[in-house]
Write a protein that binds this ligand. Structure first.
Ligand code: MIG
Length: 768
């Protein structure tokens, strides 16, 4: 090697590499499976995403034949004098290897003057997204390598062959796989190289770009417009472990209130208090379970945040009280833009406290959103977050149960916000270029903290824009989809990749937001989305209305069937959320998550798992009444018929319009809750458990479902076993005595066992 030598030494949790050109690189060891890479002088930079500190970990640093070798029990990293780096797993098999060849940009056959020609005709010219890149990483691509993650990008489960950007964007056009960016930037990438899993988390909020083998079959690339380079190499035995390691790095999803797992209904365009009340009554009258109704922007007075239109909502507190009596929670939208209007108290107060972002010349920066000319709260400032949080008392004091944050990319109607607009970064002066992708994150943070303080309940915040780590504060939805079959299809990879990227609590607008839905599409959507963690029907102003009773009796009957079914699964979903919080294991999962050694599942876009017990294979194609279902190795039980089916094969199954093909994995068990029209703070009195196969055991979690008492030990845990024809329930923790079930039923096939609580123990009370 002609390069001058490098030096490497170990300094606490950091391997410090000094190159001949005097640049200094840090490999900071967080654990056996997590190594951060950044310049040494960037080590102390704060992160919005990462919540853990490096744990004491044994690792070695050596220089051999001019190459630095850094090894933990799980990862071996080699750093070369020419700055290249290779990462191997514990058995020295390649995971992430630098590409040493030349980059070959795509040939678009386009001269500069032809680009403007195309734009004139109305075609968007392809932006040279990498042109402005300050830093680039290029890694070898194995012929067999596949990619997942990246949050809520469009397209398919496996991201190989596509390019994506991280620059939070509100683009209402129908989002298809040619979209490189959406509302969120969650730069975590998972790869499987010859079945060996790894993760790369690029923790830099500036605009970035990834090319996953689109340019070339020989490499994949990451680039970012501004440094420092700051990324994490994540290892793990299985893909599931890598995903959990990432979740712990950036924080797991906090346990939500139980009612948030019920069905929720929304529409942009509900006119006034009588109409909202009518919708609530219609749900009950049609025997449709529902837990929440939403208030979109038109509840406000001229789109002024924290106001109500006095003509259409003369007494919002009374309206919310009425909704609560009918068993509905109320969720109001709050956009970040504050109308620039002297005399409007929120604006005046914000101005007084200097909470809005500024032009470089020091004036409030103004753009235009719904209310007209608006200013933007500077959420990267602690003072602004507290001020914004305080504004929410106007809503929490009248009983609002959740806050829906929209337009927080942030959206701006009069063209993009200039890069040099002054935004705060951890209370220090920074730029829009750096803080753009963090705007929704910091807004969610402010909202979460306010709701927690003002209500004492687990905050329900739903946000459109997000960065890595926002899952600690908010639920997300995927923004403005359309009532298109292609968007029903996209729901599955989008939600699965979101949950692999830390966001277990996510949903799409069921039925589709833009464009007109059809009875068949709406039906297949409510089936396919049955286990969508956030289960909300939402539609746009001016589109065909999407209340399920508007499509005739047969559509209504199927819709009702699935809403009722959803409530039966709420205890299972709640258990999965408790597990997601403690283990980082997602609720909704692509098949590759649990079966990463089965190449047949790498490109499955139309099936998903819910925990490890259930596999859903919805029909997502118009006119189909049967489909092929791939069942991974093992045995599967048809949820509807109880038929036992061998896995490791593709089967043909009938799926008439009212049927969601659904399978239980043999050897698992799920709770099966009582029927509900809505979820209250009252605990269930009895619970059932369904066994798939001949034997299974299960740990069930229960708490009051709404506040933080569980953190002080106020929860129950039940260990349920079924083996050799016998069912037993052990109470392994009884910290929430008021909730203890008086009766438990365990069913396995056509056998059923009834147990009853007697003297702190569950005893069999049947003769079965
Ligand atoms: O489209 O507040 O994604 O859910 O209904 C304009 C109105 C702005 C976009 C959100 C959508 C919401 C709508 N908003």
């Amino acid at each position: 090697m002609s390069e001058k030598p490098l030096a490497a030494l170990k300094n606490q949790n950091v391997a410090e590499i000094t190159f001949a050109d005097h640049t200094r690189l840090a490999l900071q060891v967080f654990s056996d499976t997590i190594i951060r890479v950044c310049p040494i002088d960037a080590l102390a930079n704060p992160s919005y995403a990462v919540v853990v500190k490096p744990q004491p970990t044994h690792f070695t640093v050596q220089v051999e034949a001019g190459v630095a070798a850094i090894s933990t029990a799980a990862l071996h990293v080699k750093v070369y004098p020419d700055h290249h780096m290779d990462v191997y797993d514990q058995n020295d098999r390649p995971l992430i290897m630098d590409y040493r060849g030349q980059r070959q940009p795509l040939n678009r056959d386009l001269a500069a003057d032809e680009t403007s020609l195309l734009e004139e005709e109305g075609h968007a010219g392809h932006e040279a997204v990498n042109a402005a890149a300050a830093l680039t990483l290029i890694k070898q691509l194995d012929p067999d390598e596949v990619f997942y993650g990246l949050g809520d990008k469009t397209g398919f489960m496996n991201k190989r062959g596509y390019e994506y950007e991280n620059w939070n964007t509100d683009d209402p056009a129908p989002q298809m796989e040619n979209f490189t960016r959406l509302y969120k930037s969650i730069p975590v990438l998972y790869g499987l190289r010859q079945g060996r899993p790894y993760g790369l988390f690029f923790d830099n909020p500036y605009r970035s770009h990834v090319d996953l083998g689109k340019e070339s079959p020989d490499y994949y690339a990451y680039s970012v417009v501004h440094g420092p380079l700051n990324y994490y190499i994540i290892g793990g035995h299985r893909l599931a472990d890598v995903v959990a390691n990432y979740a712990h790095l950036t924080g797991t999803v906090p346990l939500p209130q139980r009612w948030t797992l019920g069905y929720q209904h929304s529409r942009y365009g509900y006119q006034d208090a009588p109409e909202i009340n009518q919708i609530a009554d219609d749900f009950r009258q049609h025997d449709l379970p529902c837990d929440a109704l939403y208030f979109d922007i038109d509840y406000m007075h001229g789109y002024r945040v924290f106001t109500w239109d006095p003509a259409r909502y003369p007494d919002p507190e009374m309206l919310i009280t009425q909704l609560h009596k009918k068993g509905f929670k109320a969720v109001t939208i709050i956009d970040p833009g504050v109308k620039r209007e002297p005399g409007y108290p929120i604006y005046d107060d914000g101005k007084k406290h200097q909470v809005f972002v500024k032009t470089p010349a020091g004036k409030d920066y103004v753009n235009r959103v719904w209310p007209g000319h608006t200013v933007y709260p500077d959420f990267g400032s602690t003072k602004t977050r507290q001020w914004w949080g305080q504004c929410h008392t106007a809503l929490t004091q009248i009983g609002v149960d959740g806050i829906w944050n929209d337009m927080n990319e942030p959206a701006a109607f009069d063209g993009p916000i200039p890069d040099d607009t002054v935004f705060s970064d951890n209370d220090k002066k920074s730029t829009h270029a750096k803080m753009h992708n963090l705007y929704g994150h910091n807004m969610s943070h402010a909202t979460y903290a306010a709701l927690k303080e003002q209500t004492g309940r687990r905050p329900f915040v739903i946000t459109r824009a997000a960065y890595a780590g926002t899952q600690r504060y908010a639920t997300v939805w995927t923004g403005d989809n359309h009532s298109l079959w292609a968007h029903l299809q996209m729901m599955i990879p989008q939600l699965c990749n979101l949950s692999m990227s830390g966001f277990s609590f996510a949903g799409t607008d069921l039925g589709g937001f833009g464009s007109d839905t059809t009875p068949e599409l709406l039906t297949r959507w409510i089936e396919a989305g049955l286990f969508s963690p956030l289960f909300r029907n939402h539609s746009a102003l001016g589109t065909r209305r999407q209340e399920p009773w508007l499509f005739g009796e047969s559509t209504l009957a199927i819709y009702r069937k699935y809403l009722k079914l959803r409530y039966r699964f709420v205890p299972y979903l709640y258990d999965l959320f408790a597990l997601a919080q403690s283990t980082g294991r997602p609720v909704m999962r692509p098949l590759v998550y649990d079966f990463d050694q089965d190449r047949q599942v790498y490109d499955i876009d139309d099936e998903y798992l819910i925990g490890d017990a259930l596999l859903a294979a919805p029909v997502v194609t118009k006119g189909k009444t049967s489909r092929l279902v791939y069942l991974p190795a093992g045995q599967w039980i048809d949820f509807w018929t109880g038929a036992v089916i061998a896995g490791g094969q593709e089967i043909q199954t009938a799926a008439p319009l009212d049927t969601l093909p659904l399978y239980g994995q043999a050897g698992t068990m799920i709770p099966w809750g009582p029927a509900h029209d809505f979820i209250t703070d009252e605990p269930d009195r009895a619970m059932s458990f369904k066994v798939f196969g001949d034997a299974a055991s299960y740990d069930h979690y229960q708490d009051n479902g709404y506040d933080f008492a569980y953190q002080k030990g106020e929860f129950n845990q039940y260990h349920i076993t079924f083996a050799q024809g016998k069912a037993a329930v052990m109470l392994t923790k009884a910290g929430y005595p008021a909730g203890l079930y008086s009766h438990i039923t365990v069913t396995a096939g056509d056998q059923s066992f009834a147990l009853q609580l007697e003297n702190g123990k569950y005893q069999r009370i049947d003769k079965n």
